[in-house]
Design a protein around this ligand. Structure first.
Ligand code: HEM
Length: 447
C-alpha cells in the first residue's frame, strides 16, 4: 500500500519557512480551513472550496515544502503564535502517541472555540482533569468494542429513521438526509423523548456558530446555560438503551461534568453525517465497489447489529479522502527535541491530515476509492491515516461512529440503489481533493 519512504538527511536546526512560504501556508491551508467553518460548516463556503479544489492545492503546497525544507517539523513565521507544521509520518505518530504530555490537545485555538459550548469538555481539559473525563467518555461510548453494548436500541432508531427517509422518495437530498440524521442522533443519545426536541439542536447550532469565530465572538452565556441544563436534565432521567443511560452508569467524580462531555457527542455526530453521505456518493458512483458492498450484505438481517466490515471500510475511505477533522492540533507543554531541532514550549503543532491521506508521492491509491486500504485498520493508522486521530486521545467514539454510519448506509443501500446525480466522482479520474457534501443528490432506484 505504502511506497518505500525517501531517506532524508538529518538537519541540525529546526527548519524555518520563509515569510513568503508562511504566507502561502496561511493562504492555502489556514484560510480555507477557517473559511468553511471549523466548528459548523458554512455550506456556501464549502461549495466554493470544492470549486477551487482547496485541499488539493493545500496538499501540493505541503509536499513542495517537505521537498524544500526536509521532514521538519517546519517552523512557520506566524505573528503572535509559535507554530510548526508536521510533515513526517513518524512525527505524526510520535506526537499522537505522546499526548497529552508533552503534546496537549487543549491548544489555545481549541479552547477558544470549544469553550463556547463545552468549557469542561475532555478535549480542552487540563492534564489533571483529562484522565477521569476521558474514562467517562470511553465507558459511555464503549470505546474498545466494535459494536456498542447498547447497539440494539440504536439499530431500532436507525432503522426507523431510514424507513422514514426512504418512504415514497425517488430522489435523496441533503436536507432530507440531515433532518432524519439529527432525529436519529437525538434518539441514540437521549432516547425517544428528545426525537423532536429541535430546541436542543438549535441551541447547539447557535453556540457552534459563535464557536466558529473562537476568540472573536462573545460567549452566548444564556444559550449555553439553557443547553447544558437541558442536557443535564436528560442525563438525570436517562431513557433505557440511550447513550445517556450508559453515561449515567459511567464512572464520575464531582469534576467530570458529564453535561459538558455530551455537547461534543452531539456536535461530532455532524461529522458522521457528512462521512456517511459522502460514502454513499462513492458507492453511488463506483460500480465495482458498490457490487462488493452489496454482496457483503447478502443474507444479513440488518435489523440486528453486525460488524459490516465492507461498509465500515467504505466510511473509512470517505473519511480518508475527505477527513472531517483535517487539522489535528497539539500544543507543547514543554520544550521537546526532534531530530531537526528543539520545538519550544507553548508551540502549536499542526497535523494536516490530507497531506498523509492524499500523499500521492507515497500512496499509490491516494486519489482513488479503495476500501481495501482498510483491510488492516491498525496498519492503515500507522501510515498514518488518521481521520479519528490516534493514540491516547483518539476519538473515543471511533467504533460507535463507524458502526452507526455503516449500518445507515447498509440499510439505504440494501433497500434501494442510490446513484449520484452528477459526475463529480468519475472513477476514471482522480477524486477531487474537496467534496461539498451539501449539494450531493441521488436517484433512488430498485436493485
Ligand atoms: C465521523 C465522525 C467523527 C470523526 C471523524 C471524529 C474524529 C475525531 C478526532 C480527529 C478527534 C481528535 C481531535 C483532536 O485531537 O483535536 C476526536 C475526538 C473526540 N471525539 Fe470524535 N469524531 C467523530 C465523531 C464523534 C462522535 C459521534 C462522538 C461522540 C458520540 C465523538 C467523541 C469524541 C470525543 C469525546 C473526543 C475527545 C477525545 C479526547 O480528547 O480524549 N466523536 N474525534
Amino acid at each position: 500500500m505504502v511506497r518505500e519512504q525517501k531517506q532524508t538527511s538529518p538537519v541540525r536546526a529546526l527548519p524555518r519557512a520563509s515569510v513568503l512560504d508562511t504566507a502561502r501556508v496561511i493562504g492555502r491551508v489556514g484560510i480555507p480551513l477557517l473559511q468553511r467553518g471549523v466548528i459548523v460548516r458554512r455550506p456556501s463556503q464549502t461549495r466554493l472550496m470544492e470549486r477551487v479544489d482547496a485541499d488539493r492545492h493545500a496538499v501540493a503546497l505541503l509536499q513542495e515544502l517537505r521537498q524544500k525544507y526536509g521532514a521538519g517539523p517546519l517552523r512557520l513565521r506566524m505573528p503572535g503564535r509559535r507554530m510548526v507544521l508536521v510533515l513526517s509520518p513518524d512525527h505524526v505518530q510520535r506526537i499522537l502517541d505522546e499526548t497529552p504530555e508533552p503534546f496537549h490537545t487543549a491548544t489555545r485555538e481549541k479552547r477558544a472555540a470549544l469553550a463556547h459550548f463545552e468549557p469542561a469538555g475532555v478535549l480542552i481539559s487540563s492534564t489533571e482533569d483529562r484522565p477521569e473525563r476521558r474514562r467517562f467518555n470511553e465507558s459511555a461510548l464503549d470505546t474498545d468494542h466494535a459494536i456498542h453494548r447498547g447497539a440494539d436500541a440504536m439499530i431500532g432508531a436507525i432503522n426507523d429513521e431510514v424507513d422514514r427517509l426512504l418512504a415514497d422518495r425517488d430522489v435523496l437530498t441533503w436536507p432530507d438526509y440531515s433532518r432524519h440524521w439529527m432525529r436519529m442522533v437525538r434518539r441514540i443519545v437521549f432516547g425517544e423523548q428528545t426525537a423532536d426536541d429541535e430546541q436542543l439542536t438549535d441551541d447547539m447550532l447557535a453556540l457552534r456558530s459563535a464557536a466558529n469565530w473562537a476568540f472573536l465572538h462573545p460567549t452566548r452565556r444564556r444559550v449555553r446555560e439553557r443547553m447544558l441544563a437541558g442536557i443535564d436534565h436528560h442525563l438525570s432521567n436517562p431513557e433505557p438503551g440511550s447513550l445517556a443511560e450508559y453515561a449515567a452508569r459511567a464512572p464520575q467524580t464531582p469534576t467530570t461534568f458529564p453535561e459538558h462531555q455530551v455537547p461534543q457527542w452531539l456536535f461530532a455526530f455532524d461529522a458522521a453525517s457528512w462521512a456517511s453521505w459522502r460514502a454513499l456518493a462513492l458507492l453511488g458512483s463506483h460500480e465495482r465497489q458498490a457490487g462488493d458492498a452489496l454482496r457483503s450484505l447478502e443474507g444479513l438481517d440488518l435489523r440486528q447489529p453486525h460488524p459490516l466490515h465492507v461498509m465500515r471500510a467504505c466510511v473509512l475511505e470517505s473519511l480518508r479522502l475527505w477527513p472531517t477533522t483535517p487539522a489535528i492540533l497539539r500544543e507543547t507543554t514543554r520544550r521537546v527535541r526532534f531530530e531537526g531541532g528543539p520545538v519550544p514550549e507553548d508551540t502549536a503543532l499542526l497535523i494536516y491530515a490530507p497531506l498523509f491521506h492524499r500523499d500521492d508521492e507515497n500512496l499509490d491509491a491516494a486519489h482513488r476509492f479503495e476500501p481495501e486500504m482498510w483491510e488492516d485498520e491498525r496498519a492503515a493508522m500507522e501510515w498514518p491515516l488518521v481521520p479519528f486521530s490516534a493514540g491516547p486521545a483518539v476519538c473515543p467514539a471511533r467504533n460507535l461512529v463507524l458502526h452507526v454510519t455503516s449500518t445507515v448506509i447498509s440499510r439505504i443501500f440494501s433497500e434501494r440503489r442510490p446513484t449520484l446525480l452528477d459526475d463529480r466522482l468519475d472513477p476514471s479520474e482522480p477524486l477531487p481533493g474537496t467534496l461539498d457534501p451539501f449539494s450531493l443528490r441521488f436517484a433512488l432506484t430498485d436493485h
